[in-house]
Design a protein around this ligand. Structure first.
Ligand code: HEM
Length: 523
């Protein structure tokens, strides 16, 4: 009897402790002791979890798997957390997933923390900017209008500066060269009635990041190593998604120290990642052999190396890890979005015609589109926003970690809590997206057709928000714009009569379309 009373008291105390812990987090679906909400989630379709749970809570909820993760599902709450309280949400977890994915602990951009992350991210963004990604590419427009407005003296000064810059800093055309090769590959296809865009897009995007990082492109008929990297990486992602044993590392990280458990839950998967990353390591090392500190850097590796003497955080391991991050993050995301783009264009003939009409008016048929043209192409911009919104490729966003105790929407969130900014849910369910399931680029354009609707553009959060938002956004935007417009300028895309297009994504972390074919017609 005494034993039973003692056991009940212990049980009661354990329950009290558990639910006291639960009460420290924002409310969410009821968690059961020990297992939390683990059995309430759809592991293969994590992006659908918030569809079930978010409507019952006020923009954020906690899910225990069994460690607590706070999901932020409302745009304003996401802004409050990631932008207004950006520093509080700028951490990444140091959990088993991060150990599997990172080249070395706390190196590179995606998974590092603190000052090392800040320095790697800042340096990478500066290098990309120097190479003309983002703003610089768009400056051409401003220069041309300056040409007509200035006085003679300032015009001569401007001309000297402009020519000087052209000589010293030759404008790189990483993206355009790869887009041209992509069009050549389409041209060379014999059967245009049955085109799978996967590999042509994958190689275009892979070559762009390859050239940015290592200074060279793979020829289409000699790119086995790049293709192996892509295939191995995809298989590895599928393997990880189907490896329930990794969950042990989340539930009881201390068990990872036990050799057998540690090997199966962590080391085996990590070793596979290191094998795949050998492509990046080899390329970085090859690139470093050709480095000369006196030369103008022609690729990311050289530019990073040149900065090393002036920054104690920049070293060879961080260089490899950062290249690894950019190579990984820079391929599947943009490739998947462009693959969806081609399918949406084939399904939505009217939208495709309107994009082509705009290309013909602004650019014509004879030259390839440039980023500078984008500002005159409102409908095309709206179409790309809508493609990203409907494709909604991030099944689960990268997890953040709170760096201190903080508050969102009046709910306390303790330091070191894992947080997921549920960008998938925001793009699929924000009330400003009327009929969210319908592909409708016009939703992004104001009533008189003169500008984009800022409040909706802000809610297209595919690149996430705040200090940890996508570091490759400017490059990705260039790839999406040039990849899509160059295709539509040169080809008409149709569904095949005998094969309707399937817009249901595959259940992976990055929501890819299923393998399928469309018909293209040269213009
Ligand atoms: C359509 C294409 C892309 C999409 C939708 C996308 C989306 C994202 C998202 C959602 C995140 C996580 C942000 C967060 O923690 O809240 C992220 C992070 C990141 N992305 Fe992208 N991305 C794309 C393309 C790229 C490209 C082309 C590169 C590299 C060239 C890149 C490099 C990175 C890096 C390095 C991070 C980590 C940033 C950090 O932790 O500071 N991404 N991206």
């Amino acid at each position: 009897m005494l034993f039973l009373i003692g056991l009940s008291a212990l049980l009661f105390y354990a329950l009290y402790r558990y639910y006291s812990m639960v009460a420290r987090y924002p409310p969410g679906p009821f968690p059961w002791p020990v297992v939390g909400n683990m059995f309430q989630q759809d592991v293969s379709r994590v992006h659908l979890n918030s569809m079930r749970f978010a409507p019952s809570f006020d923009g954020l909820y906690t899910f225990f798997v069994p460690v607590p993760i706070v999901f932020i599902t409302d745009y304003d709450a996401l802004r409050e957390a990631f932008v207004e309280k950006g520093d509080d949400f700028a951490g990444r977890p140091d959990d088993v997933a991060m150990q599997i994915f990172t080249y070395e602990p706390n190196t590179g951009v995606i998974n590092s923390n603190g000052e090392n992350w800040r320095q790697q991210r800042r340096t990478s963004l500066q290098i990309l900017k120097d190479f003309g990604m983002g703003k610089n590419l768009m400056e051409e427009q401003a220069r041309i209008s300056l040409f007509f407005n200035c006085t003679l003296a300032s015009f001569i000064l401007f001309l000297f500066c402009y020519i000087g810059e052209l000589i010293c800093k030759p404008r790189r055309t990483f993206v355009l060269s790869s887009v041209r090769e992509f069009l050549d590959a389409l041209e060379a296809m014999e059967d245009k009635d049955r085109v799978d865009f996967h590999w042509p897009i994958q190689l275009m995007v892979g070559n762009i990041i390859n050239e940015v990082l290592f200074g060279y492109r793979n020829k289409y008929d000699d790119c086995e190593k790049l293709m192996n990297y892509v295939e191995d990486f995809q298989n590895w992602m599928i393997e990880i998604a189907k490896a329930p044993e990794i969950a042990i590392g989340f539930v009881a990280p201390s068990l990872l120290k036990v050799p057998f458990i540690g090997y199966h839950c962590l080391t085996k998967h990590r070793n596979n990642m290191l094998k795949i990353s050998q492509y990046v390591v080899d390329n970085v090392q090859k690139c470093l052999k050709g480095y000369n500190s006196e030369d103008e850097p022609s690729c990311f590796v050289h530019a990073y190396k040149q900065r090393m003497p002036n920054n104690e955080y920049l070293d060879d391991i961080n260089l490899i890890s950062t290249c690894n991050d950019f190579f990984m993050a820079g391929q599947e995301t943009t490739t998947t979005t462009l693959r969806w783009a081609m399918l949406f264009m084939a399904v939505n003939q009217e939208a495709q015609d309107r994009v082509r009409q705009e290309i013909e008016t602004v650019i014509g048929r004879d030259k390839l589109p440039r980023m500078a043209d984008r500002h005159k192409m409102l409908y095309t911009q709206a179409t790309i926003l809508e493609i990203q919104r409907v494709a909604n490729i991030a099944g689960g966003n990268l997890t953040r970690r709170t760096t201190r105790d903080t508050v969102v929407r009046g709910h306390k969130i303790p330091k070191d809590t894992f947080v997921s900014g549920d960008i998938h849910y925001v793009m699929a369910r924000d009330p400003l997206f009327i009929e969210p399931g319908r592909f409708n680029p016009d939703r992004f354009i104001n009533d008189d057709g003169t500008a984009l609707r800022k409040e909706l553009v802000d809610r297209m959060v595919a690149f996430s928000l705040g200090k940890r938002a996508c570091a490759g956004e400017s490059l990705a935007r260039v790839e999406l714009f040039l990849g899509l417009t160059a295709t539509v300028q040169n080809y008409r895309l149709f569904p095949r009569d005998e094969e309707p297009i399937d817009l249901e994504p595959m259940p992976l972390n990055i929501l890819q379309p299923k393998k399928q074919y469309i018909r293209i017609e040269k213009l």
